[in-house]
Write a protein that binds this ligand. Structure first.
Ligand code: COA
Length: 250
């Protein structure tokens, strides 16, 4: 188990928990690789029927670690986030998200690849790619307008507007709001429900629901190429530096 990612079993459920609460579970390269590895293991392991994705300390994830963005060398293939995204989009195992607190950047776009998502009342989503001088990832530029319409997708991806639990449910991005103290047991119960169903029928139905995988994969690649280029830009590097030099409260 990698540092900052907890992988646990609860019967047929694999629980993947981002566990870096002091940094709001911001994702490092090692965390992406550990998470991708868990998804691959789940696909291979017949006894795993669903994956629960969550975060510890009252946060889902604040997205990619911004210090890691600054260190990125240039080729999309070198960036662990893209390996994770590709694995996530190709996962055969049902994915259930339990989201509390901030779900920023990939924390928000990940939901588009989950089959079911349950949110605590304080869940806050934001896709601030443009504000950081970046472009959307995880095929969100394709899947988000498809799911919620172009008008809302433009508010979230161009304006970077935040939205909460109620809006997520209203727009069909999440299934239900569940009190924070019941969120994880509730999501696990749903995950167990799916895991108990015939495996091949579930996998085939997921494939049908997802539609054209090639199209999604192609969009992930296109976004990754633009994203990797943008990471080197002066405007992105200035935005990262501004975040990292934010004064700490006294
Ligand atoms: N990368 C690196 N560090 C991060 C981080 C990130 N994405 N998000 C939060 N952190 C760190 C903060 O720097 C802070 O570290 P410090 O205690 O050493 O100063 C710690 O996590 C707590 O964050 P803080 O901003 O103090 O908490 P908050 O409750 O006021 O706000 C967020 C939480 C998530 C709203 C805010 O941290 C945020 O906007 N983070 C950046 C999100 C982002 O832009 N992600 C990239 C998307 S592409």
């Amino acid at each position: 188990m990698a540092e900052y990612v907890k992988i646990e079993r609860d019967g047929a459920i694999l629980c993947l928990t981002f566990d870096r609460p002091e940094k709001k579970n911001a994702l490092t390269g090692a965390m992406y690789l550990a998470a991708a590895e868990a998804l691959i293991t789940a696909d291979r392991e017949e006894s795993i029927g669903a994956i629960l994705i969550g975060g510890s300390g009252g946060a889902f994830t604040a997205g990619n670690d911004i210090a890691d963005f600054l260190q990125f060398g240039g080729e999309p293939g070198e960036f662990p986030a893209f390996a994770f995204i590709k694995t996530l989009a190709a996962s055969q195992t049902p994915l259930i998200a339990a989201i509390e607190g901030p779900a920023i950047g990939i924390g928000a776009t990940m939901i588009l690849h989950c089959d079911l998502a349950y949110v605590a009342p304080d869940a806050t989503f934001r896709m601030p790619f443009v504000d950081l001088g970046l472009v959307p990832e995880a095929a969100s530029s394709l899947l988000l307008p498809r799911r919620i319409g172009m008008a809302k997708a433009s508010e979230f991806l161009l304006l970077g507007e935040p939205f909460g639990a109620q809006e997520a449910v209203r727009l069909g991005l999440a299934n239900a709001i569940v009190a924070a103290d019941r969120l994880r047991p509730f999501a696990i119960e749903r995950a167990k429900w799916i895991a108990a169903k015939p495996r091949e029928a579930i996998q085939a139905t997921r494939r049908l629901l997802r539609g054209d995988v090639q199209e999604i994969r192609a969009r992930i690649e296109e976004e990754a190429r633009l994203f990797a280029g943008a990471l080197q830009s002066a405007e992105a590097r200035a935005a990262f530096a501004a975040f990292l030099s934010k004064p700490k409260p006294a």
